[in-house]
Design a protein. Structure first.
Length: 304
């Protein structure tokens, strides 16, 4: 059953998606008069979706109405939503926000299957990411490549927070703005699925206060879900690298992801990864950490 506990965010999302489309892009036909705001008008979306303007206005205003799946699919087509955006739209409708104080926050533990996979991936960087992109575990090479997450305070062991706020991340990622924007989009997906998560809301607030880029991305309601991709890095110790990454999510727990980075065999990037591993072994001969120290069993206060 569709519920409207997230109706305010649902309406904001529709408005943001509408504002990014021109009439030509949406196939709304010729327009008349001066357009005072960018994007489609509400009546144009309503016409494209086959609903009345009044009904669409009530949807965008977050009124307590219950649209059918047929209507939602029509609105999605009118707004040219991607599959990820459409899924996020449904999350905003179906995951009702309850009283945050009644929602318990327990720390995630790495699933045994993911820990075994992490230990088996070999000499490539790998991490287990949890809710909000919390870094739950990782191997030595991942911490050498990015940052020593186990050494950070519990509240700072979060990949998105590090990407956006740490100046070292801007120096490391040659396409930092693209990577950071995608991280913000993934965080929005997480918030849509879990509206009662006080830690996620605190993280969003911290990022919004400290990053103008994040404020702009968040206001645009961009969502991002990628199972694979590539990154270009400039590491201070080994220079330039071009790495592919794969995200493995177990069906039993979609809130944990194994992310593995790799380089093309025989490439300069593969040589750079091997050099990084050898440099790390020399500088830290102790047994390398393969996981982030466990957080308290119950998270009573904020922090990502």
């Amino acid at each position: 059953m569709v519920c409207m506990g997230q109706s305010a965010e649902f309406g904001k999302f529709l408005k943001a998606m509408r504002s990014r489309l021109s009439p030509e892009d949406a196939g709304a036909g010729p327009t008349s008069g001066t357009r005072r705001v960018p994007g489609l008008r509400r009546e144009e979306v309503a016409r494209l979706a086959g609903v009345s303007t009044d009904y669409y206005v009530r949807l965008e205003q977050g009124r307590n109405i219950h649209p059918s799946r047929t209507v939602l699919d029509a609105v999605s087509r009118a707004l040219r939503l991607s599959s990820s955006e459409q899924a996020h739209m449904m999350d905003l409708l179906e995951n009702c926000a309850a009283n945050p104080r009644s929602a318990g926050q327990t720390a995630q533990a790495v699933r045994p299957a993911l820990r075994h996979l992490l230990e088996a991936v070999g000499d490539v960087p790998a991490m287990v990411l949890g809710r909000r992109s919390d870094v739950l575990a990782g191997n030595r090479l991942a911490f050498l490549l990015f940052t020593d997450f186990p050494a950070l305070p519990v509240a700072e062991r979060n990949l998105t927070r590090w990407l956006i706020l740490d100046p070292a991340a801007r120096e490391l990622f040659r396409d930092w703005k693209t990577v950071a924007a995608e991280a913000a989009g993934a965080l929005r997906v997480d918030v849509g699925r879990h509206p009662n998560d006080a830690q996620a809301n605190q993280l969003v607030g911290e990022l919004a206060v400290n990053s103008e880029h994040f404020r702009q991305w968040w206001a645009g309601h961009r969502v991002a879900t990628r199972s694979a991709g590539a990154v270009r890095l400039h590491h201070p110790a080994v220079g330039d690298l071009e790495l592919n990454f794969e995200n493995l999510v177990l069906p039993e727990d979609p809130d944990q992801t194994l992310r593995v980075y790799s380089a093309r065999p025989g490439s300069p990037s593969a040589d750079a990864l091997a050099l990084l591993g050898s440099l790390g072994a020399v500088s830290n001969p102790e047994q390398p950490r393969s996981s982030v120290p466990d957080a308290p069993a119950t998270v009573a206060e904020g922090g990502a």
